[in-house]
Design a protein around this ligand. Structure first.
Ligand SMILES: NC(=O)c1ccc[n+]([C@@H]2O[C@H](COP(=O)([O-])OP(=O)(O)OC[C@H]3O[C@@H](n4cnc5c(N)ncnc54)[C@H](O)[C@@H]3O)[C@@H](O)[C@H]2O)c1
Ligand SMILES: [Zn+2]
Length: 676
């Protein structure tokens, strides 16, 4: 390659990488996969090393992330710079990292390292003065980030106050979305016909950077901390000499720290930890894209310092990205429990993370439009969160012109009823559609719902086929003679099944609501609904306003629930279940504990105020914003506002936060921690 050719390619690469940085960091909506991005960056780096005259401080290889837009959040300049990490993909590259350290320090290794999970989220900086959290911000381009304090405070484990810390302190870590929360969020977005997130990291970034912290609060974000900016030297002077000890210090000060971290000696020692964690990576509740290796001795950090982009004393040793190319052979349509029609891509089978993948969900119409995917296309697939097969991108450059666009069916593939379209969601409106029947019964019997263990999929199919069961209420009318002989069922197993069906009558309203598959109602919402209404009868009479008071119920969900509750077919089903003896009352009586009381909160509490409010409401109390004669108690935190004066003037009794928890404990018989 001549210098001129290299210059051309370098410019191309820089352009491309800048564009993808923008999509990724600013829009949180990447177009290519991380592995593809890493390859581009690597190619650029290698060219710059081969042709040093092409180096430039403006090159993406010399930069961290991207400067955020100012439109939504206030920009903040970090007191000390934040960095990215250089990557290693092989043991040889880890050895090269150690050799660079040896050369820089003029001393032979092996060195001691702390190895941590590389949690795949986005880095944040918390700034404390005199132990009080002043603000929290995203990394941005390392110099200027976005202030997202309110959103960060929706993460319950982030401390607002610290004791015995340097006067000015920056604490750094990662905000991430656990895989379970990620899958749940995408399911919700899919159900609403909205755009889904490609991986937990984008979901975390998109959720933390919401204008409305109440949305952030519902996304189940978590945080883990692993570094200090300002204040590190003071902490070192107190005797914290290693990264290992620093993690311990952070824990002691009350920060959540990812517990699995290890010490290793030399590149080989690192390799052993890496291989072990690679094997176990799918047991983690979060997505980890590698391990982070940090020289343990903090003293050496100062000697080594930083490049423009990353520390010289640490490296990210990345896990191999399992991505495969394959072809989309066809798209078929499935009807779900709610009647929603989901397009499913049929793939030329590929092996991904230990299993063969031949089907991939294409979610909804928004998703298909966004990807512009066509039958016959070559696609790049991976497993999102290590679990769900997912198309990362369509390889449009390989199109031949023979590809066909995806056509939505007009009629339900299961029952032939005409489909209806609500925004980007296609639905079968027929309440007796067999697809819905099967799914409805399967879900009803599932472990977290009514837990009727003997009722497997095959048996459900048979029961439907024979017309013995048309809906879930029919289950309670089954007799032994109906069952014996079905699916090779003997006398004894028929009896067992009937006993289980009988027992399922007493699961309580929480489980029943989940089992009935009300729109948008998962386990958590079912519990919240049961806690608020306590009985099915009261729920059936709920107003929209009352539904909106339930924790985690948004406008759309509330309307959809209301519609179902008012649906005569649903009410008829409920009536039949009741007649069959299915319990319609909440098991957890917590819902009544603070009924009739009205609370107002002033000042700062040790937990986010929204969380305390939600808890109070869940226990049946009202929470309002201003003190009046109707207020039962004013809860007084630190630095209370004028509400306190007003309460005194009106003679409204006050409670400290402690006293509030004691009141809850006394009324519910449960510790406050168990209630949260
Ligand atoms: N797909 C795309 O278009 C696109 C575009 C830009 C960047 N990216 C991806 O983003 C990544 C680059 O982003 P980056 O600069 O944030 O670097 P990075 O994510 O590769 O590594 C650095 C980051 O790791 C995080 N981290 C997690 N656990 C840590 C720990 N225990 N100790 C220290 N740090 C820890 C920190 O946030 C740190 O900033 C690459 O993986 C790249 O593939 C993708
Ligand atoms: Zn149908």
């Amino acid at each position: 390659m001549t210098l001129e050719e290299a210059r051309k390619r370098v410019n191309e690469l820089r352009d491309l990488i800048r564009y993808h940085n923008y999509r990724y960091y600013v829009l949180a909506d990447p177009e290519i996969s991380d592995a593809e991005y890493d390859r581009l960056l690597r190619e650029l780096k290698e060219l710059e090393e081969r042709f040093p005259e092409l180096k430039s401080p403006d090159s993406p290889t010399e930069q961290v992330g991207a400067r955020p837009l100012e439109a939504t959040f206030r920009p903040v300049r970090h007191p000390t710079r934040m960095y990215s990490l250089d990557n290693a993909f092989t043991l040889d590259e880890v050895r090269a990292f150690e050799e660079r350290i040896e050369r820089a320090l003029g001393r032979k290794g092996p060195f001691a390292y702390t190895v941590e999970h590389k949690v795949d989220g986005l880095s944040v900086n918390l700034y404390y003065e005199d132990g009080v959290l002043v603000y929290g911000a995203t990394r941005g381009d390392g110099e200027v980030g976005e202030e997202v304090t309110q959103n960060l405070l929706t993460i319950p484990t982030i401390p607002r106050r610290l004791k015995g810390v340097p006067e000015r302190l920056e604490v750094r870590g990662e905000v991430y979305m656990p895989i379970a929360a990620f899958l749940r969020l995408n399911e919700e977005l899919e159900e609403r016909g909205e755009k889904i997130f490609k991986n937990p990291r984008n979901a975390a970034a998109g959720s933390l950077r919401q204008k409305d912290p109440r949305i952030t609060a519902k996304r189940g974000l978590r945080a883990t901390f692993y570094a200090l900016g300002l204040g590190l030297e003071e902490v070192e002077r107190e005797g914290v000499a290693t990264q290992f000890a620093l993690l311990h210090w952070l824990k002691e000060k009350g920060f959540p720290v990812e517990h699995g971290y290890a010490r290793a000696v030399g590149a080989e020692g690192v390799e052993a930890v890496y291989q072990d964690w690679l094997k176990k990576r799918r047991e983690l509740p979060f997505e980890a894209d590698g391990v982070v290796v940090k020289l343990d001795d903090l003293q050496l950090w100062r000697e080594l310092g930083y490049t423009a982009r990353a520390p010289r004393f640490a490296i990210a040793y990345k896990f191999p990205a399992e991505e495969k190319e394959t072809r989309l052979l066809d798209v078929v349509f499935q009807v779900g429990r709610t009647g929603r029609v989901t397009p499913v891509g049929v793939l030329e089978p590929v092996f991904l993370e230990g299993s063969e993948v031949s089907r991939v969900t294409l979610h909804n119409e928004s998703y298909i439009e966004e990807l512009d995917i066509r039958i016959g296309d070559w696609v790049l697939v991976h497993k999102a969160g290590g679990v769900i097969p997912e198309v990362l991108r369509v390889l449009k450059e390989r199109r031949t012109g023979k590809e066909r666009p995806v056509r939505w069916p007009e009629a339900c593939p299961e029952c032939g009823h005409r489909l209806i379209q609500e925004g980007k969601v296609h639905r079968c409106p027929n309440p007796l559609c067999p697809a819905k029947r099967f799914e409805a019964i399967r879900h009803f019997a599932s472990r977290k719902a009514m837990d009727i263990q003997g009722l497997g999929e095959k048996l459900i199919e048979k029961l439907l086929e024979k017309g013995l069961v048309k809906d879930v209420a029919d289950l309670y009318r089954l007799r032994k003679e109906d069952l014996v002989g079905l699916e090779r069922m003997g006398e004894k197993s028929a009896q067992n099944l009937l006993r289980q069906i009988e027992e399922s009558k007493h699961r309580g309203l929480e489980r029943l609501l989940y089992a009935l598959g009300l729109p948008g109602v998962g386990e958590v919402l079912a519990r919240n609904l049961a806690a608020k209404f306590q009985t099915m009868d009261r729920l059936l009479e709920a107003s929209l306003e009352e539904l909106l008071e339930v924790e985690e119920v948004g406008e759309l969900t509330a309307r959809a629930i209301l519609e179902t509750l008012r649906d005569p077919a649903f009410r008829h089903l409920v009536r039949r279940l009741k007649e069959a003896g299915v319990e319609m009352e909440a098991k957890e009586k917590g819902g009544e504990a603070l009924k009739g009381l009205t609370f107002v909160i002033t000042g700062e509490l040790s937990r986010p105020r929204e969380e305390v409010k939600a808890l109070l409401r869940r226990l049946g109390a009202k929470v309002t914003d201003s003190v009046s004669r109707k207020t039962s108690y004013l809860v007084v935190g630190e630095n209370p506002g004028s509400k306190l004066e007003k309460a005194k003037a009106l003679g409204v009794p006050t409670l400290t936060e402690e006293e509030l928890y004691r009141l809850m404990e006394a009324r519910t018989g449960k510790k406050a921690e168990e209630l949260v």
